[in-house]
Design a binder for this molecule. Structure first.
Ligand SMILES: [Fe+2]
Length: 265
């Protein structure tokens, strides 16, 4: 099988894997389905970015995913629940369960990354749907752990990084939805509000004693830039905590490789 981006899909191609649905447990289309023009248009409209196709040339080739689709679906639900709870202003201190669920997801991310061959894996279909915030959080977690693994960090630090990735944008739940979901460039005023989210994430998680200071700092500094032009502090170089530097790379990489309503990947 081979993964093809949506622009390359044509009528008559046979799906080699399910395409996940809006409800992660219900596929949009199943293995063996033959694509037609109408389905391809519908896929485009709802933001599906590609699909696995059966071809003679790629017969017998099975791509290895970092996270199997079913497991990914479960993780996305946990992340979504965490964000939903956060919207209801439930604090991590009062709801121990929220923390434990997300800490479990973080551990699963690390286990999956460590069980992969260091070089042979793919992440291409990690995000097929526009539950962008949740899949972005998962993806940033996975990428951060991959980077941490390459530079030889310990397992407990990898767990920290996964948690950083999963929670780095949780402060966005305190920003008006018209700003976070705006399908175009922000005005200066809106951007100033948006720039508060790393500190809002920090404040939200601050009371949760299970979250270490280095995780909090990583989250708070995920929009700092090495040249000092980032926010909220304008830190530069190694004054930015290591987790913050790793998160920044993972965050930007993921943002650039995802198709958004206002621009292509
Ligand atoms: Fe962010």
């Amino acid at each position: 099988m081979i993964y093809l981006p949506i622009e390359k899909l044509t009528e008559g191609m046979e799906l080699a894997r399910n395409i996940p649905g809006l409800n992660p447990m219900l596929p949009f289309a199943v293995t063996g389905y033959i694509l037609n023009e109408r389905t391809i248009n519908r896929m485009m409209n709802i933001g599906i970015q590609g699909a696995y196709i059966q071809t003679e040339l790629t017969e017998g080739i099975e791509p290895v995913d970092i996270v199997e689709p079913e497991l990914k679906a479960k993780m996305l639900i946990s992340i979504q629940e965490t964000f939903d709870e956060s919207l209801k202003k439930v604090t991590f201190q009062t709801s121990r369960q929220i923390y434990e669920n997300i800490a479990d997801v973080a551990k699963t991310v690390v286990m999956n990354v460590l069980s992969m061959d260091k070089y042979l894996f793919q992440m291409i279909d990690i995000r097929d749907y526009d539950s962008y915030t949740y899949s972005h959080s998962l993806y940033v977690g996975i990428l951060s752990v991959l980077i941490g693994r390459y530079i030889g960090l310990s397992i407990s630090k990898l767990n920290d990084l996964a948690l950083c990735g999963l929670l780095h944008d949780i402060g966005k739940t305190d920003i008006p939805i018209e700003i976070t979901n705006k399908p175009g460039p922000l005005t200066n005023e809106e951007y100033e509000i948006m720039k508060q989210h790393p500190s809002l994430s920090y404040d939200k998680l601050f009371d949760c004693t299970s979250i270490s200071q280095s995780v909090l700092q990583g989250i708070q500094t995920h929009h700092e830039k090495y040249d000092g032009s980032g926010y909220p502090f304008g830190l530069a170089g190694e004054n930015i905590p290591l987790y913050g530097r790793i998160l920044a790379i993972a965050d930007v990489y993921d943002a650039l490789s995802a198709t958004r309503p206002y621009r292509k990947a």
